[in-house]
Design a binder for this molecule. Structure first.
Ligand code: SF4
Length: 330
């Protein structure tokens, strides 16, 4: 048996271990990130066994609206909306309920399962909370859409208000590993983010939380984030690949290969086999022609644009999904 065959068998053994209900450990997760390009197809095939077991060949689409852009007092190094950024982005205050309802129409017409209402800022103010409380029942009345709200840090009380108005889940990304967090942000802590996720859970909402690959983290940092997401039992994990924006502190980071993206997605799938895994920002830029391969591992994508960067045209996503024999489900 040559080396490739022995290593190939290992990924399927690991998938069998997970399917038998035995979670992988840190070292096993690390070995996925360290695997060679030659092993990639076998690694993907093993990860696909997990994806197929829990999600079949379905793909869930998300559509997001940047409901308030820029003007943020925080200093997250990757973000074009932070106070540190000089990137030329649009800046505006909270959209009106009517504008947000228009966004829901687009989300529905594009076949999305979930409409994400995202605002910049450390935490929502009263007016922003009230806008969400006004629009969510209107969206629910008109469209068969789930709502995910991404509003920054939330108290348990504010999370309960979101639950009461019909929000289904709240997004709040861990972004990176605990040890690395201070390198990318100084105005709030990793624990602040974990606290928000716990408040959201206590309010009875689903959790959406993921991270960004390519911010100078070590592989162990990334594994640590994946393990934390597992311990929080996060239902939905968006994995971004840093789309470095000039004018942000991380604007010069640009060193993720398509193969690294695939390995990252595989590691996340092995650690969180039952979670929806969404290929988020940076998909088109970093995965490039390997996008179709990545859908054998992840089961969700954003259709349309991201917060301050453009996605590919929706038709390209529909074509890709159809050509692979996968199926969009709400
Ligand atoms: S990620 Fe959110 S909190 Fe951080 S700077 Fe950007 S908008 Fe502000």
């Amino acid at each position: 048996m040559n080396t490739l065959t022995i290593e190939s068998t290992l990924w399927h053994q690991l998938a069998s271990q997970v399917l038998d209900g035995k979670p992988i450990n840190d070292e096993q997760a690390l070995s996925i990130l360290e695997s060679s390009d030659e092993e990639m197809l076998d690694l993907v095939a093993a990860a696909f066994r997990l994806r197929h077991k829990f999600f079949g060949k379905t793909v869930q689409l998300y559509f997001l609206v940047n409901a308030k852009s820029g003007l943020c007092p925080e200093d997250c190094g990757y973000c074009s909306q932070s106070k540190l950024s000089t990137a030329p982005i649009q800046k505006y205050r909270m959209l009106t309920p009517e504008q947000l309802l228009d966004g829901a129409k687009v989300a529905y017409e594009r076949g999305s399962k979930t409409y994400c209402i995202v605002i910049s800022g450390r935490a929502p103010n009263e007016r922003e909370l009230q806008t969400v409380e006004t629009v969510v029942p209107l969206v629910k009345e008109k469209y068969d859409l789930k709502i995910c709200a991404c509003l920054g840090l939330l108290t348990e009380e504010n999370a309960a208000r979101m639950k009461a108005c019909g929000v289904d889940k709240v997004n709040h990304n861990l972004n990176t590993g605990r040890e690395h967090y201070a390198e990318i942000c100084s105005t709030h802590t990793y624990q602040d983010r974990v606290d928000t996720l716990n408040n959201v859970r206590r309010a009875g909402l689903e959790l959406c939380s993921g991270g960004i690959v390519g911010m100078g983290e070590s592989r162990r940092d990334f594994v640590s984030m994946a393990m934390e997401l597992r311990s929080l039992q996060v239902e939905s994990i968006p994995l971004n690949f840093l789309h470095a924006i000039e004018g942000t502190p991380l604007g010069k980071h640009d060193d993720i290969s398509p193969q690294d993206c695939i390995r990252s997605l595989c590691m996340m799938r092995f650690v969180n086999p039952t979670s929806e895994i969404r290929i988020a920002g940076g998909r088109e830029k970093h995965l490039r022609t390997l996008q179709p391969l990545s859908l054998y591992v992840a089961n969700s994508i954003f259709v349309g644009d991201y917060l301050t960067t453009q996605g590919q045209p929706p038709q390209a996503d529909y074509d890709m999904i159809r050509d692979m024999g996968f199926e969009i489900t709400r």
